[in-house]
Ligand binder design. Structure first.
Ligand SMILES: NC(=O)c1ccc[n+]([C@@H]2O[C@H](COP(=O)([O-])OP(=O)(O)OC[C@H]3O[C@@H](n4cnc5c(N)ncnc54)[C@H](OP(=O)(O)O)[C@@H]3O)[C@@H](O)[C@H]2O)c1
Length: 303
């Protein structure tokens, strides 16, 4: 193990941040969780403390970075998803405020930002979020197991309407693609299935719905070109799954407009393994000024 580090995690209780905190603590590092309402204590053993701070308070946020004596900072910030119409603007503002706070602070260690798969490039030079019919076409290509995961996650987070929407989407796709033995029954319900898919397409290609993905791309462009700070930008693969399994196995793919990280578009990783990749980067700092993704074994668990 490397020497014990002091690491700040922005967004410690979120889907991604909580796994990063777990992984850091399990390796004997000390962690400071920073967000509006960070947990005061951590359920797993290790040195953990929380500092409440809203990233819109740029000065306060910057002081926390300057005074924290951190060896590294990981941003797992994500805008709240309660009002889809505001996700993009709140996300862009949040990422911008975090950048300003880091630049104003005296912190000079590695800063790792978690963004979104939509920023990854295809080999034909287009970013996933700019592909035709994004995100409908790409949801349509997801395996059932990932749609099951997505609906379970939405119900877990109290987003019942989204959970039901995903189940309906999966049913409508199956009605069209795999009518099976009861094809006469599927045929009867086909008009309803087609209506569901048409309305899903309208929703999933609406810029409000994909605000999180688009604001993550803006966050990437905010950091690209910055040379006087040590930053690294991770776009998780398209099929990121939480409450998974920590296998400790992953592959890093460094992104460029030639599509060297296209595997991140087609594949996935468990959050627990993505946290292993992030903490390896915290310890080894090999991906400075790079945009990267990581993929790992999935399909080891059903939802
Ligand atoms: N496949 C993919 O590409 C994929 C999938 C999932 C997530 N992601 C990305 O991963 C990142 C994290 O997502 P997540 O799902 O882990 O998010 P999440 O579960 O919603 O957690 C977001 C965190 O941000 C904190 N936060 C929100 N507003 C804040 C503010 N104003 N000031 C300070 N902290 C604030 C929250 O804590 P408080 O509420 O205490 O403030 C929370 O801990 C995002 O960039 C997201 O796009 C990508």
């Amino acid at each position: 193990m490397s020497k014990s580090l002091r690491v700040a995690v922005l967004g410690p209780k979120g889907q991604c941040g909580s796994c990063v905190v777990d992984e850091l603590l399990s390796r004997g590092h000390s962690v400071v969780g920073i967000s509006r309402t960070p947990p005061k204590t951590w359920p797993k053993s290790g040195e953990y403390g929380g500092i409440p701070c809203d990233c819109s308070d740029i000065k306060g946020f910057s002081n926390v970075q300057s005074d924290g004596d951190f060896d590294a900072v990981v941003s797992a910030f994500g805008p709240p998803l309660v009002d889809l119409k505001s996700v993009y603007s709140v996300g862009v503002e949040g990422h911008g405020n975090i950048k300003m706070a880091i630049l104003k602070s005296t912190f000079r260690g590695p800063f790792i930002i978690i963004g979104g798969a939509g920023s990854l490039f295809y080999k034909h030079g287009v970013q996933l979020c700019d592909d035709e019919d994004f995100a409908f076409k790409h949801w349509y290509a997801w395996p059932n197991v990932h749609l099951n995961y997505m609906s379970t996650r939405m119900f877990d987070h109290g987003q019942q309407a989204l959970g039901r929407f995903i189940r309906l989407f999966k049913w409508a796709r199956a009605n069209r693609e795999n009518p099976g033995w009861f094809s006469w029954l599927s045929w009867l319900s086909r008009p309803f299935a087609n209506w569901c898919l048409r309305s899903s397409k309208k929703n999933l290609t609406n810029p409000d719905t994909i605000g999180l993905i688009l604001c993550s791309r803006v966050a990437l462009t905010m950091w690209e070109g910055v040379k006087d700070r040590n930053w690294s930008f991770l776009s998780p693969p398209w099929q990121l799954r939480d409450k998974g399994i920590r296998t400790g196995k992953y592959e890093v793919h460094v992104d460029d407009s030639a599509g060297s990280a296209e595997q991140g578009i087609d594949n996935g990783i468990y959050n627990e393994d993505m946290a292993v990749a992030i903490v390896d980067e915290v310890e080894n700092n090999k991906l400075n000024h790079k945009h990267w993704t990581c993929t790992g074994p999935i399909g080891l668990k059903e939802w």
